[in-house]
Structures are given as structure tokens and as C-alpha cells.
Design a protein around this ligand. Structure first.
Ligand SMILES: C[S@@+](CC[C@H](N)C(=O)[O-])C[C@H]1O[C@@H](n2cnc3c(N)ncnc32)[C@H](O)[C@@H]1O
Length: 247
């Protein structure tokens, strides 16, 4: 990976690391070939029916933002061959790991994007996605960094635009302030309904949950994750009317 592609990458909503340990030649070749085959081309218009992005028939499309090492995405895509998954991860080592795994198990229902998820969200047609998963997003625990959090009025507007009515938004985190932040922002947005009725509804992981690397770390360190489930409802209020817009 030279410097040039990195400089041309968008950074509007991505504040994390692009690179970790130097990737081995075998990973580099899996990465290059995998991206060639599976990377979304945002230079052309998105198909009106997103299911056309996949070389196999799929009934629905799910977006996973920031898949990290890809444990959850791989497990979900293998368990649900009838769902198309778009996995987004700007961290090169995470994407390389995913492509090595896809070399071993070439799941045709996975497409990827290796830059800021906001670019994909802005590219997608309205109401085209059935579910969005944001699992252990970067927590930005210091208050002065909260504006960097992926959840906020602008990205909830993006989610509301691309999710079909009745579509799901799932958010998991082990960071209490981020969980509360997300509940408040979704409530204030008006386009999402939180589905919890009892404590179990946010303490229990999602059905078929395989875990993720960040979750394993949180559990080892004694933190208890929350698994929020929202459904896309109604229309969002104008951001100007949202009490949290200016936070
Ligand atoms: C704390 S890690 C969690 C990874 C994985 N979901 C897990 O649970 O193990 C957050 C991930 O989100 C990715 N990320 C951060 N900002 C992003 C953005 N704007 N678009 C897409 N991914 C992003 C980071 O590169 C990182 O891999």
C-alpha cells in the first residue's frame, strides 16, 4: 500500500487508524484480489434495487459499519446466504483479514467498502437497506471527542434515508455514555423506535450472535455490553428542531 491511495481517501467521518502491523505478502495479494472483486464502485450510480449488487439472488440487504476483524460479518453471511451483506471497514488490516477468510470460504453474498461509511450511505438509494449494524463503534470516551462518534444527528438522518420503513438499526456497545448517547439521539431524531420492553431486551445479545473481538475484550475487562434494537418508523424531524443537534 503506497501513500497515494491513502491521501485520496475521505476522512469526513473516520478518525481511527488506517494501518496496523505491516501486512504479509499473502494478505496483500488476498486484499488486492478481494477488493477487485467485492469493493463497491461509488463512481457509478447505485442500482435502484440493491439486491442487484450481488452475484447470487438475495432477498434483503444488510449494512455492517466498521466490521473490524469481520467475525460477525462472516458468521452472519454464512448463516444467511439469502441476505446480501455490505461490510465497511477503513482499517486495512481488518479488511485484509476479511479477504483472507473469504479466500478460504468464498461467500458470494458479501460486498465491501474500505473507506468512510458515510460515503456509502450517501451513495445508497433511499429506502434500499433492510438493516444497519453498528457494533462496538469507536467510543470516543472523552467529552471533547463526542462529536466524532458515528451516531449523531447527521448520520441518523443518513440511516433514516437509506433504511426502508420497518428496517432495523442495531447498535451494540460496552460504553455506558455511548449507549445513553445513542438512546437520546434516536429518541430525539424521531425516525427510530427503540424496541426494548424489558431489561433482557438490551442485556441479551442478538439472535445467533457470534460475538466480536471488541466484545470479547470488553467482557474480559468486566464491562457489560448493551444491545440496542431500533426500528425505522415515521419521518425524522427537521434537524433544526432536534434538541441534540448542537451537542
Ligand atoms: C472499536 S472497532 C469495533 C470493530 C468490530 N465491530 C468489533 O466489534 O470487533 C470500530 C471499528 O469501526 C471502524 N470505523 C470507524 N469509523 C468508521 C467510519 N466512519 N466508517 C466505517 N468504519 C469506521 C474502525 O476502523 C474500527 O475497525
Amino acid at each position: 500500500m503506497g501513500d497515494e491511495p491513502r491521501r485520496s481517501r475521505s476522512t469526513e467521518g473516520f478518525f481511527g487508524r488506517r494501518h496496523g502491523k505491516t501486512i504479509r505478502p499473502q494478505q496483500a495479494s488476498a486484499l488486492a484480489q478481494g477488493l477487485d472483486m467485492r469493493r463497491l464502485d461509488l463512481g457509478v450510480a447505485a442500482p435502484q434495487d440493491l439486491r442487484d449488487l450481488f452475484p447470487v439472488p438475495v432477498a434483503a440487504v444488510t449494512l455492517e459499519i466498521g466490521f473490524g476483524g469481520g467475525e460477525h460479518l462472516l458468521s452472519e453471511a454464512a448463516a444467511h446466504p439469502d441476505i446480501g451483506f455490505i461490510g465497511i471497514e477503513p482499517f486495512v488490516n481488518g479488511m485484509a483479514k476479511m479477504m483472507m477468510a473469504l479466500d478460504r470460504q468464498p461467500l458470494p453474498n458479501i460486498r465491501v467498502y474500505d473507506d468512510d461509511a458515510m460515503r456509502v450511505l450517501d451513495w445508497l438509494p433511499p429506502g434500499s437497506v433492510d438493516a444497519i449494524e453498528l457494533l462496538y463503534p469507536d467510543p470516543w470516551p472523552k467529552k471533547r471527542h463526542w462529536k466524532r462518534r458515528f451516531v449523531g444527528p447527521a448520520n441518523l438522518d443518513r440511516f433514516a434515508r437509506v433504511l426502508r420503513h420497518g428496517g432495523a438499526f442495531r447498535f451494540a456497545s460496552d460504553v455506558d455514555t455511548y449507549v445513553n448517547w445513542t438512546l437520546l439521539h434516536c429518541a430525539s431524531h424521531g425516525g427510530f423506535e427503540w424496541l426494548a420492553k424489558t431489561a433482557g431486551d438490551w442485556h441479551d445479545a442478538y439472535e445467533g450472535w457470534p460475538g466480536t473481538r471488541y466484545e470479547a475484550k470488553a467482557l474480559r475487562e468486566g464491562r457489560r455490553p448493551a444491545y440496542l434494537r431500533f426500528v425505522r418508523t415515521g419521518n425524522p424531524p427537521s434537524p433544526a428542531h432536534s434538541p441534540l443537534t448542537d451537542q
